[in-house]
Design a protein around this ligand. Structure first.
Ligand code: 13P
Length: 257
């Protein structure tokens, strides 16, 4: 099986109508020139509709940065996965460390958001990753496996849908200090083993992407490792040239299995 590399840009709390127009245009060119990869942009919610409308007719896909674990009701400020699907999104990032830390999202809530996203017919991009303290204490593998099991145990192989796993070591996010490709590969292989505990086919087909200071200068090296199936890009996704170059590097990768 050949996993199609996925390159997704997480814009976080950045963007404007004008910047959305520019970044979506560049990402559409990338997606249409490279059908060997899947390309996704994840702008803030208020720009999703604009991005979807602009991307219509291209291979570019649009994702949200979060979704509610609820479908509807008295949940002020929340947006459901069903609504995101209704406006044309196909992906939702769930469990980003910035939400785990700043919005007290725990493994149970993240798993519920993951399940709600799959139920709505969208693909979750599940972020997991250890803190610097975890890594220094030699607990990186345990933390990552635990975060993943919390989701897999709740949804099972069938409820995983087209879910993607993003390994994002917290200490590498926005720091300019990416994980070394071999260290990242080690954790990606562990993630695939944990998926295989539930279902072998799930482990084989699921894309496991890396996130944390991915730049033009380290992308190709990361993508050369057998279990690194693309990237979730933060800062560099706000620069059309950088994002395009990272996408091209993902396209140069192939996974014979
Ligand atoms: P940076 O690429 O800015 O380190 O952010 C990574 C990230 O958090 C993507 O979700």
């Amino acid at each position: 099986m050949m996993r199609r590399p996925l390159v997704a840009g997480n814009w976080k709390l950045n963007g404007s109508r004008a910047q959305t127009t520019d970044l979506v245009a560049a990402s559409m060119r990338l997606a249409d020139q490279h059908d060997e990869i899947e390309c996704v942009v994840c702008p803030p919610n208020v720009y999703l509709q604009q991005a979807v409308d602009q991307a219509t007719g291209s291979r570019l896909e649009v994702g949200a940065q979060d979704a509610s674990d609820h479908e509807a009701g008295a949940f002020t400020g929340e947006v459901s996965a069903g609504m995101l699907g209704d406006v044309g999104c196909s992906y939702v990032i769930v469990g980003h460390s910035e939400r785990r830390e700043r919005h007290a999202e725990d493994d149970v809530l993240v798993a519920a958001k993951f399940a709600a996203t799959v139920r709505a017919g969208l693909a979750p991009i599940l972020c997991i990753g250890e803190s610097l303290a975890d890594r220094d204490d030699g607990r990186a593998a345990d933390v990552v496996a635990g975060q993943l099991r919390a989701v897999v145990d709740m949804v099972g192989a069938t409820g995983f849908g087209a879910g993607v796993v993003a390994y994002e070591p917290v200490w590498a996010i926005g720091t300019g200090r990416s994980a070394d490709a071999d260290a990242a590969q080690e954790i990606h292989a562990l993630i695939r083993r944990v998926l295989a505990e539930t279902d072998h086919a799930l482990a084989e087909r699921t894309r496991i992407v890396y996130g944390g200071s991915v730049k033009v200068g380290n992308a190709a090296e990361l993508f050369s490792r057998p279990d690194i199936d693309g990237a979730l890009v933060g800062g560099a996704s706000l620069d059309a040239e950088q994002f395009t170059a990272i996408g091209r590097a993902a396209g140069a990768r192939a996974h014979p299995e």
